[in-house]
Design a protein around this ligand. Sequence first.
Ligand SMILES: Nc1ncnc2c1ncn2[C@@H]1O[C@H](COP(=O)(O)OP(=O)(O)OP(=O)(O)O)[C@@H](O)[C@H]1O
Ligand SMILES: [Mg+2]
Length: 292
Amino acid sequence: MVTMLDVSGVGHRYGTGAGANLAIDELSFKVEAGELACIVGPSGCGKSTLLRAISGLLTPSSGEVRLHGDLVQGVPSDLAVVFQDYSRSLFPWLSVRANVEFPLRSRGLSKAQRHERADEVLEWVGLSGAARKYPWQLSGGMQQRVSIARALACRPALLLMDEPFASVDAQTRFELEDLLLRVRRQFDSTVLLVTHDIDESIYLADRVFVLSKSPASIVADIPVDLGSERDQITTRESDTFVHLRSEVARLLQMRSPETVSTADGRTAAADRAAADRWAEAERAESRETARN
Ligand SMILES: Nc1ncnc2c1ncn2[C@@H]1O[C@H](COP(=O)(O)OP(=O)(O)OP(=O)(O)O)[C@@H](O)[C@H]1O
Ligand SMILES: [Mg+2]
């Protein structure tokens, strides 16, 4: 396998002196080419800080990031990011097609090539009919499809996604998750997606990295053996899925990495029971949403 992303000892501290805030702490992991990896972690643990460091938008206080072997210093041209807040990431004065074409302008494509590329990715996200519309004429889910199309149009070596489906309703979220699974196969993309949603991380990923509370460190690297064909109802009901979601929920419930290192059957009974109750409640809610 070829390593696409190599994050080595990355830490970041905001501010200096007494007011300094250590957001992420010595994170190391790799994402292989063609893999879809999810990072799941509690709110405020440092997920966006990590993605900003990977994308070159922020220079980490320590460690280094390599994309296909090249040291990341500034935003690489073959990397694309999709953010949660689609309403602020699209240009309201440009049509859908012009939004998708926009980043291609700096990549030396002719007008005809830009057009062709935009039409192709818009078809892939099911928005061929909306190419002449403006973002504000579209629903939230459709706007996020435009953001995904724009990212894919650049044929990025790595697609980074920061809670990309957190601002849409549950049904749209499922549709967008399935869309992502389809397009990553079509474009053979390497994807690193950050979420705080356990189910989403397992449903989408080949591997899930579980982060601790702030300052974030990696407490587990879990392979997801669910195959490539996934379905919102049957996959989420499968034994493998149910087992994995309990495992991730348990890891996220841990109060510190030290507690986790003694896990695996030796977790405090109260923690385990609480995690199981939480996992069961989330599972029931997901089933309900998938059926509606
Ligand atoms: N620009 C900044 N300046 C100072 N501190 C920051 C800055 N951005 C983030 N932080 C702090 O770093 C920590 C991690 O924030 P970050 O946004 O990376 O977490 P997150 O996991 O993405 O949160 P969320 O789940 O809310 O998206 C938090 O304590 C936050 O207050
Ligand atoms: Mg964030």
